[in-house]
Ligand binder design. Sequence first.
Ligand code: NAP
Length: 297
Amino acid sequence: MVKSPSILAYHKAFKPQAELPLKVPRIAGLEGFKIAVLGAGRIGSSLVKSFVKCGFQVTATGRREETLRRAESLGALATRDNKAAIASSETVIISVKPFQLHSLIREIKGHLDGKIVVSIVAGVKRSTLENALEAAPVYRAMPNINASIGLSSTALSGPQDGEAAKIVESILSCSGKVYWIPEEWLDAWTAVSGSMPAFAALIIDALALGGVSAGLPKELAMNAVLDSFKGTIEMISRGVHPMVLRDEVVTPAGVTIAGLKIMEYMKVPSALIEAVEEAARKARELGSIVDNAVRGS
Ligand SMILES: NC(=O)c1ccc[n+]([C@@H]2O[C@H](COP(=O)([O-])OP(=O)(O)OC[C@H]3O[C@@H](n4cnc5c(N)ncnc54)[C@H](OP(=O)(O)O)[C@@H]3O)[C@@H](O)[C@H]2O)c1
């Protein structure tokens, strides 16, 4: 049983975690495999962290000193020279922002012969990238920021047959679960996975604030919410239907139905459905703008 410390202790314990531990699988046969991560920003450096822990040899690129130093601190070789990073690697991950893709393509076009290329740039189609980069096949992946602790939920699109597909899947499984999906589902995936850590964080924080409003210290309320989410996720993952679980908790004229009634009255379920749909719409809209820009260049 966890002993309940004083309220003061909760306040003292409440500090951001500087270094989050990461558990990674062992990828047999790919030890020392060479990967270039072009654009080691927020998501790029999360991937770098898991790739390094998996035993891959990673060369990361960026433009600012700060980006390069962070990549080095994660165990990668760091350089501003994208072409050199490609030359020293077998697989190339493209993780710059969509609006930065244009100038990167100009720099690396024609230098990807014989490399396995994976783009995690939202919206830009495989066919567009293959034409622009003069490389084939190009895979597209959509991870999320939970890659930094090996818990990404990553979608992958591209030809599923052959050695390259196995390598790409193995590399990405280093940062979490990998699902092969048709390319046309990637915008919806961006909403349910790419954006999900932000959606989930907002909901979790709001529920913890509810606990504060009801009189609990924030840290304790947050622990209750997180423990309950973990347990609920486990129950649902093991096959309990969400609505069956809900009905198990609800008692006639009880506490839970009082809260659920407010959630229904405030249209929380429809708001969440709309939020995901709107994010997917936005991913499609931004994607087609960037895709057209890259195709037209
Ligand atoms: N963030 C997410 O959760 C997430 C999830 C899935 C997919 N994505 C996709 O991942 C991509 C990156 O997103 P992000 O949030 O990680 O953005 P970010 O933090 O801005 O990272 C982009 C990185 O690219 C680097 N860069 C830009 N131009 C470059 C060039 N020519 N050569 C080398 N490096 C270059 C930047 O380096 P400097 O900072 O040094 O300029 C920066 O570190 C986007 O296309 C996004 O759609 C993001």
